[in-house]
Design a protein around this ligand. Sequence first.
Ligand SMILES: CC(C)(COP(=O)(O)OP(=O)(O)OC[C@H]1O[C@@H](n2cnc3c(N)ncnc32)[C@H](O)[C@@H]1OP(=O)(O)O)[C@@H](O)C(=O)NCCC(=O)NCCS
Length: 213
Amino acid sequence: MVSYAPLHLRVTTPQIELVGATDHLLEKLEPIVRTGKASAEPAPYDDPMSLYEEDPEIRVVKWLQSVWRGRGIVTADFWRLNLIVMLNNKPVGMQDVIGDHFNTYGTVGTFSWLSSDVRQRGIGSEIRQAALHLAFDGLDAREATSEAFIDNLGSNGVSRRLGYKENGVTWASRHGEPALMQRWRLTREDWLPHRRSDIEMYGVASTRKVLRK
Ligand SMILES: CC(C)(COP(=O)(O)OP(=O)(O)OC[C@H]1O[C@@H](n2cnc3c(N)ncnc32)[C@H](O)[C@@H]1OP(=O)(O)O)[C@@H](O)C(=O)NCCC(=O)NCCS
């Protein structure tokens, strides 16, 4: 495998692992995207979103293109760590950590999806906790934000459970129609009481070098 540090990044908890999204792992995750198990009802994503493509072939192509784009862009205002969720050594979803004007504000956003057959078992909370550990402990983030349509009970449930505070609402378009999104904010101070001692990280120092601008 090429020596690009974010591809070698790993965050492990007793239940799951987040690992850099190599092409090898994307290939293993692809059937979940192809069969439509990465989406949900009500529609969870704002436009444009590759996972909404109806044709499974085009969906996979656009999804791969979006992951590769995220992999290649690192600016002072934006970067994205694409991480694959491993459950019992099998890829079951993605948990991304996104730098949003990170150099100035220390803010990270998160984005995740799980295969529909492993939802509502606490794994969404576990992968967000792993992402927050990476952000606050590994990358010295100052705050984490999240947004989800108000009818997205899974994503909003995870944010509420992990101590995020509501931070207003905003409009976004989904399938071309306006819908309200709930915004959430978790400061470093609010995260510290939730900090876990059973999460381990590998490859953070070399990843930080790649993200430095
Ligand atoms: C968002 C997502 C990753 C959450 O993962 P998950 O494993 O289902 O979440 P958890 O099991 O950890 O649930 C966290 C909380 O939300 C609640 N919850 C999760 N899904 C729910 C649902 N469909 N209906 C009602 N409550 C739900 C859980 O009961 C839990 O609440 P609790 O703390 O009171 O027990 C998953 O639902 C998903 O992949 N959704 C589709 C993609 C998506 O919406 N991504 C986010 C885009 S912003």
